[in-house]
Design a protein around this ligand. Structure first.
Ligand SMILES: Cc1cc2nc3c(=O)[nH]c(=O)nc-3n(C[C@H](O)[C@H](O)[C@H](O)COP(=O)(O)OP(=O)(O)OC[C@H]3O[C@@H](n4cnc5c(N)ncnc54)[C@H](O)[C@@H]3O)c2cc1C
Length: 377
């Protein structure tokens, strides 16, 4: 029987909602606080590789994601004119496909429905103010003046985590020199799977989200100052696409018209050294392992964190063993993804400058890392 009876999860993103659901499934009383007064998740999509679906399946949510998203096979890697040179993906797992593409907004709805089905108590527009992280329990004061006492606090409040700052100190993510531009489109009939096209200075992905919608991502190098004024988002995204002759890319360029539809984001990375806990406060997700999206694994890792934590809590082991075992099962796997993604991002930037070192084989690194994600968690 679990020695952990009551948990506070801080942050209602993909990792926090997954943790809330997983802990409730283990019979733990779980409260969640989310800083935003209401969710405002943008409508472009997210890649769910098979290992992310495997973790969602433990939460009972993989089928809902696939029904409301678009399962697809390996990603076809192509030249800028559409010639296929390779394909990659995580291994399919039983009935779970290599990938599922889904709108982030819909994924959030699926997770919120899962949280409601499992009676996760959610308070919006509230966060922790202070944490007294004692040996027997954590006493929390909240920004709305309320207080609570918990056996465990799980910080899942993203790459700029307040919980991390309160308990582990001042860590900052590092901008990698690249940015991602995303936009949602109607899905053309010929988009039979995910595609990545490699250009001279950028790469472009087309990812199915539903039977009739897809999103595009463009990865570019933005140098020292990656800020882009809103008025430049549409023309600059279109300019980045000018070199692509692949028909599925060419035909949608003119549909990029709405600056509010361009979801532009400089890429940041962060990997905290182990351990990701102190006393009774544990950090999960982007708060401790924010990866750039070169392998499409960040959210999957956060969901896996939630599943592993819930499994360990159910052993009935004392909390120090639970947390130590959590680190044993999560650190190396997350580090592998963060490191490989950073290497891929560095190689891409070097290749765009014509300086790719001899022996740098992006396809091989992607294949090896994604293959390894098929291992049990
Ligand atoms: C451009 C881009 C593309 C990506 N594509 C993919 C992909 O295709 N596949 C994939 O698996 N991953 C992808 N990722 C990574 C993925 O989005 C993240 O890894 C994932 O969202 C992490 O979830 P999280 O819950 O840890 O953090 P977040 O999603 O950041 O959620 C944190 C939550 O905590 C809340 N919060 C913040 N501060 C507080 C506070 N003080 N108190 C309470 N709540 C707070 C926030 O409002 C938010 O709701 C991508 C990332 C980027 C940047």
């Amino acid at each position: 029987m679990s020695q952990i009876k009551k948990v506070l999860v801080v942050g209602g993103g993909i990792g926090g909602l997954s943790a809330g659901i997983a802990l409730r499934k283990a019979g733990i009383e779980t409260e969640l606080v989310e800083l935003q007064p209401e969710f405002n998740v943008y409508g472009v999509g997210i890649i769910q590789p098979s290992n992310a679906l495997r973790a969602l399946d433990v939460l009972g949510l993989a089928d809902r994601c696939m029904e409301r998203g678009s399962p697809y096979g390996p990603v076809k890697m192509c030249t800028s004119n559409g010639f296929q040179i390779a394909q990659v993906g995580t291994p399919p797992m039983g009935r779970l496909p290599v990938h599922n593409g889904i709108s982030r907004r819909i994924l959030h709805e699926v997770l919120l429905d899962g949280a409601a089905d499992n009676q996760v108590t959610i308070r919006m527009g509230v966060t922790v103010d202070t944490l007294d992280n004692g040996p027997d329990y954590v006493t929390v004061t909240f920004t709305d003046g309320s207080t609570g006492r918990y056996d465990l606090v799980v910080g899942s409040d993203g790459v700029y985590s307040k919980v991390r700052r309160l308990v582990l100190g001042d860590f900052k993510p590092r901008y990698t020199g690249q940015s991602v531009w995303r936009y949602a489109f109607p899905r053309p009939a010929e988009l039979d799977t995910g595609y990545i096209f490699f250009g001279k200075k950028t790469k472009v992905g087309l990812i199915p989200m539903t039977a009739d919608k897809m999103y595009m991502f463009v990865v570019s190098a933005e140098g020292e100052d990656p800020k882009i004024p809103e008025s430049e988002l549409v023309p600059r995204m279109k300019a980045l696409l000018a070199e692509y002759d692949a028909p599925t890319v060419r035909t949608v360029i003119d549909q990029i018209t709405d600056p509010a539809g361009v979801i532009y984001r400089p890429l940041e990375t962060l990997l905290l050294p182990a351990p990701w806990y102190i006393n009774r406060v544990l950090l999960i997700g982007d708060a401790v392992h924010a990866t750039i999206p070169q392998l499409g694994q960040g959210a999957g890792l956060a969901i896996e964190d939630a599943v592993v934590l819930s499994e360990l809590v159910q052993t009935g082991d004392p909390l120090p063993s639970v947390l130590n075992n959590f680190m044993n099962r999560r650190y190396e796997r997350c580090k592998m993804v963060v490191d490989a993604s950073n290497t891929l991002g560095e190689w891409e930037q070097l290749e765009w400058k014509g300086q790719l070192p001899e022996g740098a084989n992006m396809g091989a690194l992607m294949g090896k890392t994604l293959g390894a994600m098929g291992a049990p968690i």
